[in-house]
Ligand binder design. Structure first.
Ligand code: GTP
Ligand code: SPV
Ligand code: MN
Length: 593
């Protein structure tokens, strides 16, 4: 498919090392995809689902030990350890290559190695970056065909250069102890072994579009962020675009596809989805920042998705979708997960393949879920009923607001606005959130997760903060920056705010702030809404509760300040002085509460 010697040498090198029986180049033809799907079904790697109810859909289970990203096994292998920073694992690049080569050597014997040329971003767009992934997994090929733009045209675009990201994936034997997800930012290379789970192996996604791209963006003056992109269409037809950075499994997909409450829909408001997980942002016309979604599909969390919470996501999964680690309904060959608004199937297998009925208990008397909490759907973005017509715009969409947010049972109020860009960078840098099932390890532990990028920043995070400050300096019309929290809980541990579609009420305030049409209350942490300015029309939600979730508590925030001070120490002299200054100011102001 190509005469490019760099690419041919790259493929040859790993062919010699892994020793597959065959090498197959992926051309993205319908015929080839069909054959690969059939092969996956024949080997049991995939199950075909009901062709009437879920046309073109397949079902897949990963190994039980391989259901989420593995942050402890994720490395940034910069030449100089210092450049990986205090928040990343580091290995010397040469040592790392040698170690992984040693583990994966000969591991593709009896298998096929696929070569996938793909683009992140529309092919030919000024934002686009190209990659070539080698893998011995049909599941990875089929997912990449949905999640990225796979095409032989990518090879033409790379031309005779060496300018593409080298992505190497080998399943080896899915050995947890020898699982490594390694990034070599200075070599444009990713090397992932012993996993078959999404975020560890669909190398265009977190590995390339965030870890490698954040490094590229730092060098080239743009940003790669863990953000959704949505458009709010107002009754007059004008569309305002918002980016939102929330940690994994904290509501990006849901916010990106939000259906406004009746009150807003009747007035003519509408939400358009540009992206649900990753945004690449750069300066464009009018002194503004523009964003694209470099992906081509959704790799979304299944549990909790239903006709009420996220009908657009559900609709997106009704055809040509891959379901991973959800429950399998044997009766009609469909899928099920916790929080789907349908009764659990009675003749089912759980995500591990065991016979399962709802309420089944394990040896400790704990309920066994049908679907893994991090089970996912891989759906083509074209399936999304509310896909923005700007999705393919090669120049991206102009950003009016950036919203940070996390899961905080206490502390963070429903919404507040940063005073300016610098303060906004500070607000992003002090984000914390409870951990979720998207990564292996404990769930529900509050940790600092600046800009929702803690697991995804491909270089020193102190430099990353400085980069944010620098990008802001370059643009005249900076987006306004906000922080939201849908997850405040009451004394019974229940979410106070209804969330989902009703988050439109918060977006409404954000847009009004951007347009300067609504006032705010100045507090030590930033501008808060006056409770009466959050529109509760058509919602049965008492004003006292709204006041409760807009509260900024002195003791809680003094605690936050102490925590942030400790966290900031990690970054040493690479922490921008501006942020130290912001922290001092916060401390001083919180004391006056
Ligand atoms: P990644 O794909 O892991 O990056 O996650 P994401 O940020 O796209 O998260 P997603 O939208 O898939 O939501 C994760 C979980 O949070 C799902 O179970 C949702 O049902 C739940 N969730 C999303 N939005 C809200 C909300 O406004 N309120 C509440 N209570 N839960 C929400
Ligand atoms: C996340 O964990 O933030 C995801 C899923 O979006 S994964 O692709 O596995 O990273
Ligand atoms: Mn994500």
């Amino acid at each position: 498919m190509t005469n490019n010697q760099f690419i041919l040498n790259f493929v040859k090198k790993y062919q010699d090392l892994f020793q597959p029986d065959n090498v197959v180049w992926i051309d993205a033809s319908k015929q080839q995809s069909k054959e690969l799907t059939s092969e996956g079904i024949a080997t049991g790697e995939l199950k075909k689902l009901n062709n009437k109810l879920l046309p073109g859909c397949v079902y897949h289970r990963t190994a039980v030990n391989d259901v989420a990203r593995v942050e402890h096994a994720t490395y940034i292998c910069s030449k100089d350890k210092e450049n990986a920073g205090p928040t990343n694992n580091w290995m010397d690049p040469q040592e790392c290559y040698a170690k992984l080569d040693g583990i994966a050597k000969g591991s593709m014997k009896g298998r096929t190695m696929y070569v996938i040329p793909f683009s992140m971003g529309k092919i030919g767009s000024p934002f686009a970056k190209y990659g070539i992934e080698l893998t011995d997994s049909i599941y990875v090929v089929l997912n990449m065909l949905i999640m990225t733009r796979v095409s032989p045209k990518v090879l033409d675009k790379i031309g005779d250069t060496d300018n593409y990201v080298k992505c190497i994936h080998a399943k080896v034997n899915i050995d947890e102890k020898n699982r490594y997800i390694c990034h070599f930012p200075e070599d444009n290379t990713i090397y992932s072994i012993n996993s078959g789970y999404g975020g560890n192996v669909l190398l265009g996604k977190k590995c390339f579009a965030l870890r490698i791209a954040s490094f590229q963006g730092w060098k080239e003056g743009w940003m790669a962020e863990h953000m959704l992109i949505l458009g709010v269409e107002k009754p007059n037809g004008e569309v305002k675009y918002i980016c939102g950075a929330f940690p994994s499994a904290c509501g990006k997909t849901n916010l990106a596809m939000l259906i406004p409450p009746d009150y807003y829909t009747e007035k003519g408001y509408k939400i358009w989805t540009v992206g649900d997980d990753i945004a690449w942002i750069r300066k464009g016309r009018g002194g503004q920042l523009y964003a694209i979604n470099p992906e081509n599909g959704f790799f979304g969390v299944a549990p909790g998705t239903n006709r009420k919470t996220n009908p657009n996501a559900l609709a997106s999964t009704r055809r040509n979708t891959i379901f991973t680690n959800v429950a399998y309904n044997k009766a009609d060959k469909t899928v099920w997960w916790e929080g789907l608004d349908q009764p659990a199937p009675t003749n089912a297998e759980d995500w591990k393949g065991n016979k399962w009925t709802e309420g089944k208990l394990d040896d400790n008397g704990k309920k066994i879920p049908g679907a893994n909490p991090n089970s996912r759907f891989t759906a083509p973005i074209k399936n999304c009923p509310c896909l923005s017509k700007e999705f393919e715009n090669p120049k991206g969409v102009p950003i009016s607001a950036i919203v940070f947010g996390g899961r905080r049972a206490k502390a963070a109020p429903l919404v507040y606005q940063a005073r300016d860009w610098k303060h906004g960078v500070f607000v992003g840098s002090i984000m914390a959130s409870e951990t979720t099932a998207a990564a292996s390890g404990a769930v529900g532990v509050v940790r600092h997760d600046p800009m929702a990028m803690l697991p995804f920043c491909g270089y020193h995070m102190g430099d990353y903060f400085q980069h944010w400050l620098d990008v802001g300096k370059k643009v005249k019309n900076q987006p306004k920056i906000f922080n939201v929290n849908w997850f405040r809980t009451d004394e019974n541990g229940k979410f106070i705010w209804p969330g989902f579609g009703d988050n439109m009420r918060v977006l409404d305030w954000i847009i009004s702030r951007c347009e300067g049409t609504v006032d705010a209350v100045e507090t030590p942490i930033g501008f808060l809404p006056k409770p009466e300015d959050i529109n509760l029309e058509g919602l049965d939600f008492p004003m006292e509760k709204l006041e409760q979730i807009l509260d900024v508590d002195k003791a809680t925030w003094l605690n936050e300040v102490a925590d942030i001070t400790e966290f900031y120490k990690k970054f040493g002299d690479r922490l921008p002085r501006e942020l130290t200054k912001q922290l001092k100011e916060l401390k001083k102001k919180v004391k006056t509460l």
